[in-house]
Design a protein around this ligand. Sequence first.
Ligand code: GDP
Length: 295
Amino acid sequence: MFENLSERLDRSFKLLKGEGRITEINVAETLKDVRRALLDADVNYIVAKQFTDLVKEKALGQNVLTSVRPGELMVKIVHDELATLMGGHSVDINLKGSPAIILMSGLQGSGKTTFSGKLANMLKSKQGKHPMLVACDVYRPAAIQQLMILGEQLQVPVYSEPDSKNPVEIARHAVAEAKTKGHDVVIIDTAGRLAIDEEMMREIEAIKAAVDPGEVLFVVDSMTGQDAVNTAKEFNTRLDFDGVVLTKLDGDTRGGAALSIRSVVDKPIKFVGTGEKMEAIDVFHPERMADRILG
Ligand code: GDP
């Protein structure tokens, strides 16, 4: 669907070589190709512009103009800078505390409940933890039900208070229950709305203040492109979250949202969701995402 960036750059540099010399103006032309590729991958316009300015500086610094294979060198610079901007390496979640408390935030439909299940499953099966899931969505009985079904499937207990309308109290009680029952991780799934909403924000801020989680994760659908950046900004302003979970990367997105979010809110992307199944969870690897964005 997209033309591969490496192919694009090869083509433009071949044309340049036909002219017998490569100039700064020619480099500027190829940077336009880089920018177009980033925009195709759904990278935010301002982020793409800043990025190409940075690449230009590096390219001139590394003598792309006199290099034997300027196209290859350019692709390498672009790839390395992408990976660096996305954090360079993967970042763990904070599992300190007894129990460790992880709070999920994000819009409705972003994949919070699914990811809560995936994370519980991963911690249980790979790290030998004894997690407990908490249903804090007091508005949609279906959401509680969804988490209960996941819990049953994963053999992970789910704390809920179906008659309560107070998510802050539910979260508090859940943590107390986890302590009593010896759970070492509590994963709190919260209510999202279809769009940013003052009441939702106040509620999740109150939950955060009440249980003091060691890790607040912001879950975002990678298919939502530019909107993902604005949502991330809003949630970060209100919650000062610790990490991002990028879901639905199994769809046909190039994943440019990863670069945009990282650049705009400067918080690490920690996990990606790659499907509806409970095993479809991966730790975020900036290098792999750079490959994906470049195609
Ligand atoms: P919530 O409202 O934020 O709790 O979102 P849900 O967890 O209910 O997810 C919304 C929809 O997205 C559901 O149909 C999920 O199966 C689906 N979903 C969640 N994560 C992924 C993912 O990584 N890939 C795909 N393809 N679907 C996902």
